[in-house]
Design a protein around this ligand. Structure first.
Ligand code: ZN
Ligand code: ZN
Length: 421
């Protein structure tokens, strides 16, 4: 039987992941997410006729991998498979998506509810059946519950990394990449296909000592961080190192932290996370919020690129005092206030120059260039590498790098492209 891989989304772009693995009769879709254009309008992946699709496997609960799932529950009913923790966080993220972008999206709460009703959970290592496809999974080390997916076909294994990381973090251990050993085809992300990350230990040490410097000088440190995973990672670092100053956190991160504690089998350093939950102060309302920025302490708040959320309020309060600091801990996309701060020291074109100290720390949860190559090398029988979830220049750079190092065919498909296996 002939098999094909069709790129529904995430071809030459980051986000709106959607990969269809099909034979002549049926298909399974790996991830079905969303990304946003310059005007902040959602872009969804291409669609397949519903009768062909037997189900969805989701790699993890970031919106760029799950945000389009409810579309397939409008006029049909499709099973969605993911790990237990991915299920709980998916529900939260989809609800939040409707709250923030409601009028711009083609589904409502009813379809989200249907998605959750049809969500079936799996454990890593368990064999799954979706239509006629046999599937196995293992941890992808990206965020708690993230999974590598291996689709077994008569033509050999087709593996999909999802978002993947092999760094030892507080929340997750490195990906278990052994599962891809027999892959004939690997579909990999290459978000950081051009760069290597510094060692996590050195980033953490520098981050913590910088935070302490500001605190000892009497200032307040604002850490804008995405509420899923990055916030809990940063809070766990503070807990593990017994930070001697107050720590506040604000946004959706509290609920997500509770889900993580309830599903602690997915968490690497459970004690640090629990300690952060017990000892740090969750901001419950305006009174706490006003107190937080006046305190000689740390505030961890969403959004990570200062595009909205409570972090923007805190930014306005702390940014004009040179005793304070803004420490960015994630990638800052173009046209976001975070990127503008790094490039010109201003929140936007009309705002005053920043007086607070600004610094960026690489806490990436995506494998860097050499790590990605090592991941690909796990396979003993690789023939084809398909690069997705990367900007055009990252995808191109990584594809060249693999070609120089391994004798395999490397493809950087566009959305809509179909690759025969
Ligand atoms: Zn992603
Ligand atoms: Zn992700």
């Amino acid at each position: 039987m002939e098999y094909s891989v069709r790129i529904l989304g995430g071809g030459n772009e980051v986000g709106r992941a959607g990969i269809e693995i099909a034979n002549s009769n049926e298909s399974v879709i790996l991830d079905y997410g969303v990304n946003f254009n310059q005007k902040d309008e959602p872009n969804f992946p291409l669609q397949e006729i519903p009768s062909k699709v037997k189900g969805f496997i989701v790699s993890h609960a970031h919106l760029d991998h799950i945000g389009a799932l409810p579309i397939y529950q409008i006029s049909s009913t499709k099973p969605v498979f993911g790990t237990g923790i991915t299920k709980y966080i998916t529900e939260l993220m989809l609800k939040d998506f409707i709250k923030l972008s409601g009028p711009k999206i083609p589904f409502e709460w009813v379809e989200v509810k249907k998605t959750m009703d049809n969500f079936k959970t799996f454990n890593y290592g368990e064999e799954l059946e979706v239509g006629s496809f046999a599937i196995s999974t293992s941890s992808a080390g990206h965020i708690p519950g993230s999974a590598i997916t291996v689709v077994k076909t008569e033509k050999g294994d087709i593996s999909y990394t999802g978002d993947i990381n092999v760094t030892m973090a507080k929340l997750v251990k490195p990906a278990e990449i052994e599962v891809m050993r027999k892959s004939k085809v690997i579909i990999t992300e290459a978000t950081y296909g051009k760069f290597n990350h510094p060692s996590r230990k050195s980033v953490e040490d520098e981050f913590f000592s910088s935070v302490m410097e500001v605190l000892e000088g009497g200032g307040t440190v604002l850490v804008p961080a995405f509420s899923l995973s990055r916030s809990q990672e940063i809070l766990s670092i503070f807990a593990e190192r017994n930070i001697p100053y107050p720590v506040y956190y604000d946004g959706l991160s509290r609920t997500i932290m509770e889900i993580m504690i309830d599903n602690s089998q997915y968490i690497n350093n459970k004690e640090a996370l629990k300690k952060a939950y017990d000892e740090f102060t969750y901001v419950k309302g305006w009174e706490d919020r006003r107190k937080a920025w006046r305190t000689n302490g740390v505030i961890v708040a969403s959004a990570g690129m200062l595009k909205g959320g409570p972090a923007v309020y805190y930014f306005k309060k702390v940014s004009d005092n040179s005793k304070n600091a803004i420490f960015l801990v994630s990638y800052q996309a173009e046209n976001t206030p975070g990127r503008k701060l790094l490039e010109m020291g201003k929140f936007d074109d009309t705002s005053p120059l920043l007086k607070a100290r600004l610094q960026m720390f690489d806490f990436s949860s995506h494998a860097g260039k050499n790590q990605l190559l090592d991941i690909v090398k796990t396979s003993e029988s690789l023939e084809k590498l398909i690069v997705v979830h990367a900007s055009p220049d990252s995808a191109q750079a990584f594809s060249e790098y693999v070609k120089q190092n391994l004798g395999v065919e490397v493809l950087v498909p566009k959305n809509g492209q179909e690759i025969t296996i």
